[in-house]
Design a protein around this ligand. Structure first.
Ligand SMILES: Nc1ncnc2c1ncn2[C@@H]1O[C@H](COP(=O)(O)OP(=O)(O)OP(=O)(O)O)[C@@H](O)[C@H]1O
Ligand SMILES: Nc1nc2c(c(=O)[nH]1)N=C(CO)CN2
Length: 183
């Protein structure tokens, strides 16, 4: 059965923009996975562990016949192929891939929690997600009474995040507030 899934990608070591591009290429080349839509790339201040470079994040919509567990394994293989180095928890990494949503499923296993538990308050996930979801109000969050539009509204205008103009663009820009026009 073909299922819609959303993944979040992040990188803050090496050449993040090129690594995001490579990760999407590897995912697209996987049997049983199609890349449907990619958000813009967002550059943001690190959260949780602050003493590390800015992150480059994006969200991608997939169509897949893989189970959620098999999709997680494939995402972990792609992380490995990009030589992910992780020394410090929440610290710098060449590639981090999280499964945000897998259809409307609620999964609570030791090695896989979907919807991803931390994403609600992470502007670098919610904003790119809202960019590629057609109707944020109709996008309900499994396990809650909320929809994506509620999350966007609760977030207000987050600081320290910049949407890059072009996907896969390499340009240093001054960080400003991202204007939050969805909903
Ligand atoms: N939805 C999910 N997507 C990806 N990994 C998940 C998910 N839920 C649980 N995990 C588990 O998280 C484990 C550790 O992930 P990782 O090392 O990337 O954490 P982290 O990136 O440091 O922290 P964060 O959870 O804040 O992204 C993985 O081995 C995986 O089994
Ligand atoms: N801005 C930003 N900060 C982070 C990120 C990330 O992807 N983007 N990932 C982390 C580890 O999960 C910790 N902090």
């Amino acid at each position: 059965m073909m299922v819609r899934a959303y993944i979040g990608l992040g990188s803050n070591m090496g050449d993040p923009v090129s690594q995001l591009e490579q990760a999407i290429g590897l995912i697209q080349d996987s049997p049983d996975i199609q890349v449907r839509t990619c958000s813009s790339i967002y550059r943001s201040d690190p959260v949780d562990y602050l003493d590390q470079p800015d992150f480059y994040n994006m969200v991608v919509e997939l169509a897949t016949t893989l189970s959620a567990e098999a999709l997680l394994r494939r995402c972990q293989e792609v992380e490995q192929e990009l030589k992910r180095v992780r020394v410090i928890r929440y610290g710098p990494r060449t590639m981090d891939i999280d499964i945000l949503f897998y259809d409307q499923l609620l999964i609570q296993k030791e090695d896989l929690e979907v919807p991803h538990p931390k994403m609600k308050h992470r502007s670098f996930v919610v904003l790119p997600l809202a960019e590629i979801v057609e109707d944020t109000e109709r996008f309900s969050i499994p396990g809650t009474n909320e929809n994506l539009c509620d999350w966007v509204e609760q977030m207000g205008n987050p600081r320290g995040i910049l949407k890059l103009d072009t996907t896969f663009m390499k340009r240093e820009e001054e960080k400003t507030n991202v204007e939050n026009r969805k909903c």
